[in-house]
Ligand binder design. Structure first.
Ligand code: NAD
Length: 407
């Protein structure tokens, strides 16, 4: 038995026993969900005793949705997330020919979860392909609702594509060869600004040093270039007292960031990918359009140990769905083998979101301790000298038993 989380004047009201819907997910989903639930429940119990408890509510999607509710994404599932405001989601595969481009994208778009937030940091002891993984401490804000992910595209030779090609030729004087497929990349002022607003607000509230707008505006001037312009515009209009631009930083402050200020800068996406490797510690909060955000978050995750360690969340104005960055890894389904850390750390973000920071810290501390003990799942064990390879469930048990030592 639990109670609903509610929102009043933009502030979450969280009862002692909040109902939180979860989607178990496909592929490795059941294994990593079981591990995650065990760890989060233990952390809440250790932090607050009997006083607080999450009332998990299973909602169906993916294969389970199809089998038990006749739909890959039942309306009841979306309604439950709308009503309860906060949810945890395992990875969903998208069967080819299902009518969905991606279930994950559909959930974000239907619920208007416009900001995909992915913190990327290194945990001591995690094997990494770079020399100084401890320098990575990013929070990526990826726009979630538009760009090429809007799914506006047509196949080569289709009546729609031929119509569009002839329209482009006749009305706009643009030549496109007839054997082309065509896609449309919408980037709007409203969606860009609300994403950048979320990123700057986060940076200001959390004492971060910079927000970097990452774009390919040198080529795509009216989409990605506009994203960057609107970002600066919003920063000036809504955060004038809290931010300075990189230009102002050098012109007025000799490159020394004034106490408490956040610097707004921008980088071209290709340059950003290399700077992430060569000047890692210069970057902090990043704000990106959808496709850049997708590429960059996987690249950044690789620097700190790969997808198994990368948590994420999708925020709308009031709803938040927390989910691992990786997919359903069908190759490892049902083998009790995958690394549950990404979903567990998404659960940590959830605990922080509802204000249960003590429980969140317990999970992080026990995770760090377990990794330092080199007791890890296969993906980390194979790159770690002297590691003991644990199954998913054994790793969760190790976290639970270490929690007793860190609490
Ligand atoms: P994937 O992320 O599922 O797997 C890629 C590789 O990463 C795997 O082969 C595995 O080696 C590794 N990996 C991923 N998660 C891991 C974990 N927890 N522990 C250890 N290793 C892990 O990507 P994919 O194979 O391209 O996609 C499989 C399915 O997942 C597709 O149907 C795709 O649409 C879907 N997908 C879902 C999400 C989501 O739910 N948000 C994201 C990406 C892909």
């Amino acid at each position: 038995m639990g109670e609903k989380i509610t929102v009043e004047a933009g502030v979450l009201r969280v009862p002692e026993n909040p109902i939180i819907p979860f989607i178990e997910g496909d592929g490795i989903g059941p294994d990593i969900w079981k591990a995650t639930k065990m760890v989060l429940d233990e952390a809440v119990y250790r932090a607050y005793g009997q006083e607080r408890r999450i009332a998990w509510l299973e909602v169906l999607a993916g294969q389970k949705g199809l089998e038990h509710a006749g739909s890959l994404l039942p309306d009841e599932t979306l309604d439950a997330i709308r009503i309860h405001l906060v949810a945890l989601k395992g990875p969903l595969g998208t069967p080819v020919g299902s009518g969905f481009r991606s279930l994950n994208v559909a959930i974000r778009q239907i619920l208007d979860l416009y900001a995909c937030v992915r913190p990327v940091r290194w945990y001591r002891g995690v094997p990494s392909p770079v020399k100084n993984p401890e320098q990575v401490n990013l929070v990526i804000f990826r726009e979630n609702t538009e760009d090429v992910y809007a799914g506006i595209e047509w196949k080569k030779g289709s009546p729609e594509v031929l119509k569009l090609i002839s329209f482009l030729r006749q009305e706009l004087g643009v030549e496109v060869t007839e054997d082309s497929g065509l896609g449309i990349k919408p980037i709007s002022e409203r969606a860009s600004k609300r994403l950048v607003r979320a990123a700057i607000r986060y940076a200001v509230e959390n004492g971060r040093r910079s927000v970097t707008l990452v774009h390919k505006g040198n080529i795509m001037k009216f989409t990605e270039g506009a994203f960057c312009e609107w970002g600066y515009q919003l920063a000036r209009e809504e955060f004038r007292n809290a931010v300075i631009t990189e230009e102002e930083l050098w012109r007025d402050h000799a490159g020394v960031l004034p106490e408490g200020a956040v610097v707004i800068k921008d980088r071209i996406a290709d340059n950003m990918l290399q700077q992430l490797l060569t000047r890692t510690s210069d970057y902090d909060v990043l704000a990106l359009p959808n496709l850049n955000g997708d590429y960059l978050s996987d690249a950044a995750a690789a620097q700190v140990g790969g997808l198994g360690m990368a948590p994420g969340a999708n925020f709308g104005d009031t709803i938040a769905v927390f989910e691992a960055t990786h997919g359903s890894a069908p190759k490892y389904a049902g083998q009790d083998k995958a690394n549950p850390s990404s979903l567990i750390l998404s659960g940590v973000m959830l605990l922080e979101h509802i204000g249960w920071k003590e429980a969140a810290a317990l999970v992080v501390n026990s995770l760090e301790m377990t990794i330092e003990e080199r007791r890890v799942t296969y993906d980390l064990a194979r790159n770690m000298e002297g590691a003991q390879e644990l199954k998913t469930s054994e790793f969760a048990e190790a976290l639970v038993s270490n929690m007793a030592k860190v609490s």
